[in-house]
Each structure stands twice: as structure tokens, then as C-alpha cells.
Design a protein around this ligand. Structure first.
Ligand code: ADP
Length: 363
């Protein structure tokens, strides 16, 4: 059984340690050291001989050593940065050089190298570009994925339209069939656009905690009623058990969407198990909603990626069941907005358990 929980526990961010008070050889040196230590970015001063005269705690962290007193090349081996430092020390203009570190993990930096005046060396300020580049890559991937997902039904629609106008021009029966297919493609596009808009709305408000009072037991009851017909179509029993009201602070519509997405998935992918259970309970200071199916389960390697947008274990299967690949991404964002936790446990051949915990209003 593998279980993954969101949000992943994160290590506390490194604190900006001002480091030991540097030796004050002269008032001028003390001023430079103070300024370097006060900077919010990794920064160091290299003297005219290429030795590091002062480095703040953040620079020591990035360079993974205390470079003070050593030649810069001992701690930063990038030739372009070293060249820029030597050029700035020789009086050339300030430049920015981008470089990458591969170990211990890939990171990208921009080194801004400025001359400090004749014979005084250079100031190097580093900016960590890793996160920015990651976000930019994710944005570009998202646009590419969303366009691809929209283009697929559009291509199908155009194809059917051409058939109706061409080969099936005089065939009423064929026309009716193609119109039906066109309707399902148009519905797919509508679902995709609805999900994209939901996601963007939730993301925009993610940092604002919703204010209403919501009973999760009532939410789950509502979802059970709405989806009981669908469960029947899947030949599946849908049960609900709870130990009384579970009051949380939140948005009712969003919490309905969470439970609905989880139950719909359990029915779509796990109906071979013939039973989908919604179980509600108090768990310490949390209200927990668990949606359990007894279907084929999910292989361990997929579980950490299920909440990524457009990630699907089997794209064809998801599409054939009306999936957009956005349902669990929406769930994750709503849960995070409610300061909650999502965890997924699954075992191949046995089924899956999706559990959402939201802090109780009155713990
Ligand atoms: P989709 O619109 O494809 O259902 P989701 O984000 O809701 O998108 O789910 C992502 C993928 O996770 C699905 O395509 C499916 O492969 C897998 N999945 C979700 N729930 C279950 C489940 N209960 N059992 C098996 N696989 C599931």
C-alpha cells in the first residue's frame, strides 16, 4: 500500500544567518562587511587579486563553503563568472552572467558583477533563478497542454462537419449519428473550459481562506444524492456513513466539488469493485471525508503525480469517461485553500482511498 499526502512536508527555508561578526581591520573594511551581510541576496566582494574578501551567509550557503580569504576559483568554478569578475576588477563595466549548478541539485543563478573602483576588486551579487524558471516552464507546459486538449475535440468536430457536408450530405441517418458525436465533442470542450476556469478562479483565491460555515456530512449527503443515478448506471452501490455533523470553515460549493470529483472518479475508474463508500469521521482536530473504491487501484509510481494538471494514468480511458485530467488538480487547490490535507492510498487489485481532511471549526 502506498500513501502520499499533500502538501508535501517541506523543510523550513534556510534562515538568513548573519554569521560571525567579521574582524574589523579598518572602518572602511567594517562598512563593506556590514553592507554585504545586510544584503538580502547571496553576495561577496572579490579583491583585485581574485580572493574573496567578504561573503555573506547566503553566499556561503550557495557556494557550500566559506570562501573568505580563498581565491574565488576555489569555490565558484564557472569560467564565465570568473572572467567577468577579473574584467570588473580591471575596471570594466558591470555585467550579468547566468550560470547553472548541477550538484547537489540543479539550480540556476544570475551573477551580477560590478566593479568597485580602481584596485578595489568587484562586488558579486547572486540571484537564484531556479524557482522563476520552474514557474515559467510550468506556465509554458500548461498553455501547451491546454491547447492540445482543446484542439483534439475541435479537430474531431471539424472532421464530422466535413463528413456531414461531404460524404453524408444526403444521408439523414449518418447525419444524425455524426451530429450526436459532434455534441459529445462539444460537451467535452465545455467541460474542459469549465474545469480550466474553476482552476484559475480557485488558484487566484488560494491565499484567501474561505469564511462560511459548512457541514461536511451535509455536503457528502448532497453529493451522494446527486450521483446516486450515475452510480446505478455504473452498476455500483454508493454508500455514505458518518458519525454526525462535521462543521468546518469553508466554501460549500468548493467542498461539494471536492467530494463530487472524488466520488465521480471512484465511479469512473473503480466501478468494477461494485461498491464506492463515502466515510466521514472526526480525526483529532480534523474532519475527514474518505472516498473508497474497490476497483483496480493505481500503481505506486503514478500516485505522486495524480494531482498534476492533465496527468492521467491512461489518457484514453480518462477521455472515454469524460475526464479532463483536471479533477484532482482542482481538489488539491481547494483543499489547500481550506488549509486541509489530501492523501491518496492505493493498492493494485484492491482499490483506492482518497482522503480529505479539513480543520474542524470547533476542534
Ligand atoms: P480525470 O478527468 O482524468 O478523471 P483527475 O485529475 O480527476 O482527471 O484524475 C487523474 C487520473 O487519476 C485519472 O485519469 C485516473 O487515471 C486516476 N484516478 C483518479 N481517481 C482514480 C480512482 N479512484 N481509481 C483509479 N484511478 C484513478
Amino acid at each position: 500500500m502506498i500513501e502520499i499526502m499533500w502538501p508535501f512536508s517541506r523543510n523550513a527555508p534556510p534562515q538568513q544567518d548573519p554569521g560571525p561578526e567579521p574582524a574589523r581591520a579598518s572602518p572602511e573594511a567594517a562598512t563593506v562587511a556590514d553592507v554585504i551581510h545586510a544584503l538580502p541576496d547571496p553576495a561577496f566582494v572579490v579583491d583585485a587579486q581574485g580572493r574573496v574578501a567578504h561573503a555573506n551567509a547566503l553566499a556561503r550557503e550557495v557556494l557550500e563553503t566559506d570562501p573568505q580569504g580563498l581565491h574565488l576559483s576555489a569555490s565558484l568554478r564557472n569560467p564565465a563568472v570568473l572572467e567577468a569578475v577579473m574584467a570588473a576588477s580591471a575596471g570594466e563595466e558591470a555585467v550579468s552572467v547566468d550560470y547553472e549548478l548541477r550538484v547537489p541539485m540543479p539550480r540556476s543563478f544570475r551573477a551580477h558583477v560590478s566593479p568597485l573602483g580602481p584596485g578595489h576588486g568587484a562586488l558579486v551579487v547572486l540571484r537564484d533563478l531556479t524557482r522563476e524558471q520552474q514557474i515559467e516552464r510550468m506556465r509554458a507546459d500548461f498553455v501547451a497542454n491546454a491547447s492540445h486538449e482543446l484542439r483534439t475535440p475541435l479537430t474531431a468536430l471539424t472532421g464530422f462537419l466535413e463528413t456531414i457536408l461531404g460524404a453524408a450530405r444526403n444521408d439523414e441517418k449518418a447525419q444524425a449519428k455524426f451530429l450526436g458525436l459532434m455534441r459529445s465533442q462539444a460537451e467535452r470542450m465545455r467541460r474542459l473550459i469549465d474545469d480550466l476556469l474553476s482552476l484559475s478562479r480557485i488558484e487566484m483565491n488560494e491565499h484567501v481562506r474561505p469564511q462560511g460555515e459548512v457541514d461536511l456530512a451535509q455536503v457528502a449527503g448532497h453529493v451522494r444524492d446527486v450521483l446516486s443515478g450515475t452510480a446505478e448506471e455504473f452498476g455500483c452501490e454508493l454508500t455514505l456513513s458518518s458519525d454526525g455533523p462535521l462543521l468546518v470553515t469553508g466554501s460549500r460549493d468548493e467542498l461539494v466539488q471536492v467530494v463530487q470529483n472524488l466520488v465521480e472518479n471512484a465511479l469512473k475508474y473503480g466501478s468494477t469493485g461494485k461498491l464506492v463508500e463515502i466515510v466521514l469521521r472526526h480525526d483529532g482536530g480534523w474532519a475527514e471525508v474518505m472516498v473508497r473504491d474497490h476497483g483496480p487501484g493505481i500503481a505506486a509510481e503514478h500516485i505522486p503525480r495524480l494531482t498534476e494538471r492533465f496527468y492521467r494514468v491512461n489518457v484514453q480511458e480518462s477521455r472515454s469517461r469524460g475526464g479532463t485530467g483536471l479533477g484532482l488538480a482542482i481538489v488539491k487547490h481547494i483543499v489547500s485553500r481550506h488549509r486541509g490535507r489530501l492523501s491518496i492510498a492505493s493498492e493494485l487489485g484492491k482499490g483506492s482511498e482518497f482522503s480529505v481532511r479539513i480543520p474542524l471549526k470547533f476542534p
